[in-house]
Design a binder for this molecule. Structure first.
Ligand code: GUN
Ligand code: ZN
Length: 453
């Protein structure tokens, strides 16, 4: 990494130019497609300019340039639902949700009683997020508050951007994975006060009752009160993922109209709430999510893996509910959001989702669902410089001339054939968190042959 790039996330007024083929969503169907384009990143890691490379070079004649040439520069990918402690359990199949939790997930989460284990996995997890091109993730940890604290420390040190929090569960789980309700709320408050908004808003706190089966009404209710009392924080949980789960919830909460209604009665719906899965919903549920400005994390790869059912994409979209994509690792077998985008398309049977729409859901759509589209989700002046360098030629089978093709054809190739192999570099707030080959960004700087040097 060049010295300038490494240090440039300071408070000086330095600028840095990244050249390449810019592709950035403006809506589900409209993209900026700028070949030999550039983004200019300022000293605070914000995008100060977007335009043709030569024009940016003229406007900022003293700024160093890394020119990625034909490679794509895309906004960083947004994962609206993922579990850090489950990273070791990817690919453990053969069960539907409730059996899978018992057999694989709860034992793995128990190991997070050891904060050193949490530190090791958190390092690996955040490294992998960057390697997969994910620049923003809404993360579940476990119920262990020390390990959650450690996960925040690691995210802080590594430059990752997260919504994260301690998981709350005070019933229907192995004894070592059950909170004392009052203590869980007190610890949650401490963690929220310590971490929410840290690093100038790069670290955000979410309240996480795991789901209606493993939290008491008191725990959910108290969590919702804390959420309302702390502006900018999130509510994040699972909703209506499997039919088996929905039957259990119905028995546990006979007074509620539906699973969604359980959460509504607890005060958990509203802006900055994220409901993972949300598959088995009726019209009234979808309407309430829309009316309350609640958001959904659609996790198609996970839903295929656990055979949970199919998300009602068009009904949810037509109702105006905000939603983005989640990998839901480890029920989702891969972290790469390119693979999740593809699964979102495959899940819809007769309904055609365009590749443009799929990438939009993993970028600007996700940012809108998190109410952060003023800062994230596209390559736009004034937004944070969260971006990835993508080289479609890294994957065999992608046509050699892909980068000369139309916007639609390029999007189609990366959505239907993309995975982690395409990612050559990942930047969060202008800081390079991953480069595929050491020195890639430096070499791009040295090989820049602009006429204005
Ligand atoms: N529902 C409650 N907990 C979980 C979890 O860890 N993963 C998934 N996919 N669904 C859940
Ligand atoms: Zn999940």
């Amino acid at each position: 990494m060049p010295v300038d790039q490494k240090n440039h996330n300071g408070s000086d007024n330095s600028f840095y130019i990244y050249g390449g083929h810019l592709l950035s969503p403006e809506s589900p169907s409209k993209y900026l497609d700028l070949r030999q384009g550039a983004i200019v990143v300022d000293g605070r890691g914000k995008i100060a300019g977007v335009g043709p490379l030569e024009a940016m070079r003229k406007r900022y004649p003293n700024a160093p340039v890394s020119d990625f040439g034909d490679r794509l520069i895309l906004p960083g990918l947004i994962d609206l639902h993922i579990h850090l402690p489950q990273f070791t359990q990817i690919g453990k199949s053969g069960q539907t949700l409730l059996g899978w939790l018992e057999k694989y997930i709860f034992p793995a989460e128990m190991r997070f009683s050891d904060p050193e284990h949490a530190r090791r996995i958190a390092h690996w997890f955040f490294e992998e997020l960057a390697r997969n091109g994910t620049t923003f993730a809404a993360v579940f940890t476990t119920l262990h508050w020390q390990s959650t604290d450690v996960a925040f420390q690691v995210a802080k040190e590594m430059g990752s951007r997260v919504i994260m929090g301690k998981v709350l569960m005070d019933r229907n789980a192995p004894p070592s994975l059950q909170d004392d309700t009052d203590d869980s709320i007190a610890r949650t408050l401490q963690l929220c006060e310590k971490w929410h908004g840290q690093e100038d808003g790069r670290l955000l706190y979410s309240f996480i009752p795991r789901f209606a089966i493993t939290s008491t009404e008191k725990q959910m209710h108290e969590a919702a009160k804390l959420w309302h009392a702390h502006p900018g924080t999130y509510m994040h949980t699972h909703l209506a993922e499997s039919l088996e789960e929905c039957v259990v919830v119905q028995k546990m909460y006979p007074q509620s109209r539906s699973y969604t209604d359980v959460y509504e009665r607890m005060g958990m719906l509203g802006e900055r709430s994220i409901y993972a899965h949300s598959i088995h919903l009726n019209d009234e549920d979808i309407k309430r999510l829309a009316q309350t400005n609640s958001s959904i994390a659609h996790c198609p790869s996970s839903n295929f893996f656990l055979k949970s059912g199919s998300f009602q994409y068009k009904r949810v979209e037509n109702a105006g509910v905000r939603f983005g994509l989640g990998s839901d690792v480890a029920a989702g077998p891969y972290m790469s959001l390119f693979e999740v985008m593809r699964d979102a398309n495959y899940m819809q049977g007769d309904d055609w989702l365009s590749p443009a729409e799929c990438l939009y859901r993993a970028t600007l759509g996700g940012a809108q669902a998190a109410f952060l589209d003023d800062k994230l989700g596209s390559l736009t002046e004034g937004k944070e410089a969260d971006f990835i360098v993508v080289n479609p030629n890294r994957k065999s089978g992608i046509a050699a001339n892909i980068l000369k093709q139309s916007t639609e054809e390029i999007l189609s190739s990366i959505v239907f054939m993309g995975d982690d192999r395409l990612i050559e570099a990942t930047f969060v707030r202008g800081r390079c968190l991953f480069e595929l080959e050491s020195g890639l960004v430096t070499r791009a700087a040295q090989t820049y042959t602009g006429t204005h040097n």
